[in-house]
Design a protein around this ligand. Structure first.
Ligand SMILES: N[C@@H](CCC(=O)N[C@@H](CS)C(=O)NCC(=O)O)C(=O)O
Length: 220
């Protein structure tokens, strides 16, 4: 088995795939591809140019969700992170999509991109878009996730799944953009975030991310 992930560590979608691999005990290497100015060869792996992409030997594919589902099918003994049975899998899929399509535009493309990425490229931060995401749009998503968690440690049936990794991945980008969940308002979600962040898989990727973040902000 020879797995290569193409992408950059600060992308929440790349992080999701790396966490999936680490939690599954699957060895991989990361080949750096930035989400702008991608080399021409990268478009053979993903015609859209987006990160991540994966190579498994000669086989290549793109999109973090497609990649995780492929890995689950190809190496089923590894993790079970997609859940068991039709209903549990559907709930995991729902929350992964929720993270990728509802939280990403806000946590990553509004907060992180404006606060961390744009300034590093000499572009102004659109603070109004950041505030709208934080004050107007994200709270109802956090309310929903807080209610869903109840007293459970994990989002689906009290076991770690891709749903937890996908949601945590987006919240990490929000934190990289200088914003943390309000523990007073969403105590269960904040505890869940802390719980997932404390996992060895997340602890393995975060130091590299912090280094890149420091470089972006000119502090390294
Ligand atoms: N649905 C895709 C989203 C990937 C995505 O949007 N990646 C961003 C970086 S976080 C990207 O590559 N953007 C560059 C572009 O859109 O050209 C996935 O899950 O892999």
């Amino acid at each position: 088995m020879s797995l290569t992930v193409y992408g950059a560590p600060l992308s929440p979608f790349v992080r999701k795939v790396r966490l999936y691999l680490l939690e599954s005990g699957l060895d991989y290497q990361l080949e750096m591809v930035l989400p702008f100015g991608q080399p021409a060869w990268y478009y053979e792996l993903n015609p859209l140019g987006r990160i991540p992409a994966l190579k498994d030997g000669d086989f290549s594919l793109a999109d973090s969700s497609v990649i995780c589902h492929y890995l689950n099918d190809k190496y089923p003994e590894a993790s079970g992170l997609l859940g068991d049975g039709a209903q549990q899998r559907a709930r995991v899929n729902w929350l992964e999509k929720y993270a990728d399509y509802e939280l990403a535009p806000l946590c990553t493309f509004a907060v992180f991109r404006n606060r961390a990425l744009k300034p590093s490229m000499g572009q102004p931060c659109d603070e109004a878009a950041v505030r709208a995401a934080l004050d107007e749009k994200l709270p109802r998503h956090f309310d929903y996730l807080e209610g869903l968690l109840g007293d459970a440690d994990y989002l689906v049936d009290d076991r770690l799944t891709l749903a937890d990794l996908a949601i945590c991945s987006q919240l990490i980008n929000m934190e990289h953009g200088g914003e943390r969940l309000d523990e007073g308002r969403w105590p269960k979600l904040a505890a869940h975030y802390a719980r997932i962040k404390a996992r060895p898989s997340v602890e393995a990727v975060l130091p590299g991310e912090q280094k890149m973040l420091a470089k972006l902000s000119g502090k390294a």
